[in-house]
Design a protein around this ligand. Structure first.
Ligand code: UDP
Length: 239
């Protein structure tokens, strides 16, 4: 298909919080529908979309363990939360007539397919959206790491990390009026300046494999399709 996109294949990372809308917890179906619409626009212009969704709107292992739960158990709960989010997102996408597959890093027969890279790539090639759920399948990792890992595995052109701010800043723009946004950063700058864009595991992985990452604000309607057709929204992180 002829495409106006600068990317053939992307890996989009949505945080769990992004699905919660203004409630801050759980899943807001209205938010899901808007995301589905924007993802559908990408599919419409011929972009292959891999999706990793976090679970922070439901459970985070670290928070559960701070409250007294065993960390590994908490992380298992967090990974299961990402599967629930993936199911909700698939539902919204399919209601919008976008063919969608959910794969899980943890086998969950009867609910979702087990992750298999070659099958995932085959689905992407036939324009199905593929949601990679259950993170990496391991405790002590995050869905940012899962997004970078899957992005590299499926040979995506870029990892797009949707956040609530329109890029990476010198300081927290909500607290510091002097904070400036970076248009471009190198992996080493992110590490040296401890910018907290993603956890260290994720940053090291994309640095080692030279996978570009763009951090952008998905609350801005249409930002996803704009940056895919060539606008430089947010912050690009490259070598
Ligand atoms: N998690 C995990 N291994 C992974 C990915 C996620 O153990 O590979 C767990 C971890 O407890 C994490 C939770 O799942 O806190 C939800 O993921 P994350 O915090 O990355 O979600 P987000 O902040 O993006 O909503």
């Amino acid at each position: 298909k002829e495409s106006s996109s600068r990317y053939k294949r992307i890996l989009l990372k949505l945080s769990g919080e992004a699905l919660a809308g203004s409630k801050g917890f759980g899943i807001d179906p209205k938010v899901l529908d808007r995301m589905a619409l924007e993802i559908g626009q990408l599919v419409g212009i011929g972009v292959q979309v891999g999706l990793v969704i976090g679970g922070g709107n439901l459970f985070r292992g670290q928070e559960l363990s701070a409250a007294g739960l065993d960390r590994v158990t908490g992380d298992h709960m967090g990974m299961l939360a990402t599967v629930m989010n993936a199911l909700a997102m698939r539902d919204a996408l399919e209601r919008a007539n976008i063919r969608t597959r959910v794969m899980s890093a943890i086998p969950m027969s009867g609910i979702v397919e087990h992750y298999d890279r070659r099958t995932a790539v085959r689905y992407l090639n036939q324009s199905d959206v593929v949601i990679f759920s259950a993170g990496t399948g391991n405790p002590f990792f995050t869905t940012d790491s899962a997004a970078c890992l899957r992005g590299i595995e499926i040979d995506a052109d870029i990892v797009l990390k949707a956040t609530n701010v329109d890029g990476v800043y010198t300081a927290d723009p909500k607290k510091d009026p002097e904070a400036r946004k970076y248009d471009v950063l190198t992996y080493s700058e992110v590490l040296d300046k401890q910018l907290g864009v993603m956890d260290l595991t994720a940053i090291c992985l994309v640095r080692d494999q030279n996978m570009p990452v763009r951090v952008f604000d998905m609350n801005q309607h249409g930002s996803l399709v704009r940056l895919v057709v060539g606008e430089n929204e947010g912050t690009l992180i490259v070598e």
